[in-house]
Design a binder for this molecule. Structure first.
Ligand code: AMP
Length: 129
């Protein structure tokens, strides 16, 4: 069965899209740990990030770097933090989280933001990409 992220890639379920190229997609995490929390994925489904082919992994990281730079420009934060977890969705992904303190990167504390706010954050990052 396709992962929920493959269903997003296929357009079968919606997302708040931030950036895209032919091989990668970035969209807002539906339950962000901080406003602007973004997921960066390869469009090709593979379960575990560190099982990726070297070139595909490097290409994903370079795409994530460009997304992080856009987040830095678009969002009021000191840093964009990067994390890899992968316990919930079996489709490789990188978390990019705008932070001001170490405590902002707390995956046990998730938010649910109004749709209009998610749309406006995604548009702000997309405009800087
Ligand atoms: P993990 O696999 O542990 O790295 O966590 C997966 C992340 O994906 C969690 O932070 C979820 O909130 C997020 N997530 C799950 N389903 C969706 C979805 N349909 N759209 C956006 N984010 C999602």
């Amino acid at each position: 069965m396709a992962s929920v992220f493959s269903m997003i890639v296929a357009g079968e379920i919606p997302c708040y899209k931030v950036a895209e190229d032919d091989k990668h997609l970035a969209f807002l995490d539906i339950n962000p740990v901080a406003p602007g929390h973004t997921l960066v994925i390869p469009k090709k489904e593979i379960n575990y990030l560190f099982d990726m082919d070297d070139q595909e992994y490097l290409s994903l990281e370079l795409f994530a770097k460009r997304v992080a730079e856009a987040m830095d420009r678009a969002l009021p934060c000191k840093r964009v933090a990067e994390a890899v977890i992968g316990l919930e969705v079996p489709h490789a992904h990188i978390h990019l989280v705008p932070i001001n303190t170490e405590g902002d990167l707390n995956f046990s504390h998730k938010l649910s933001l109004p749709g209009e706010e998610m749309e406006s954050i995604a548009a702000a990052i997309a405009a800087e990409f």
